[in-house]
Design a protein around this ligand. Sequence first.
Ligand SMILES: [Fe+2]
Length: 164
Amino acid sequence: MTPKLKELIEKLSACRDISSIKSHLSNTDIGASDVADYVRFENGGYSRNRVIKTDRFEVLVLCWKPEQKSKIHNHAGSVCAFKVIKGALKNTNFVQEGGKVFLTSANKLSLSQYIVLSGVDNFHEIANDYAENAVSIHFYSPPIEHYQVADQESDSQLIEEVVL
Ligand SMILES: [Fe+2]
């Protein structure tokens, strides 16, 4: 683990509120070379690579080839924060109402941009809509044990899923 990655994990793990998570993500200049040990691109879908998991938080490195995307999901009771450290990603936000999700906004996250999400009714989808491979670093507090996905093919019904 590089000193920069170790420092970021130490700072994030000490956070007690969203504004300090934002501040640390904003201030770090961590790059893909700092997480090289966790970068692998797969053909079948984006890859999730765990850096560390404790009782209080979890850090993952996600690797996205062009056209790979997540499902529309929430984070149950966890705070999710992530930063693009290679390439770019599209983040689309949805809000859950009455068992269905509705699109609220979509943004391109360029290199070094980050977002923080929380709240069981807030869903999002991350997609590599761009030509380059992308890498993002994700921080979840507490670690996600389960979450919900919305399946657009079935009229956006919510389905409980377990994270392995
Ligand atoms: Fe997420």
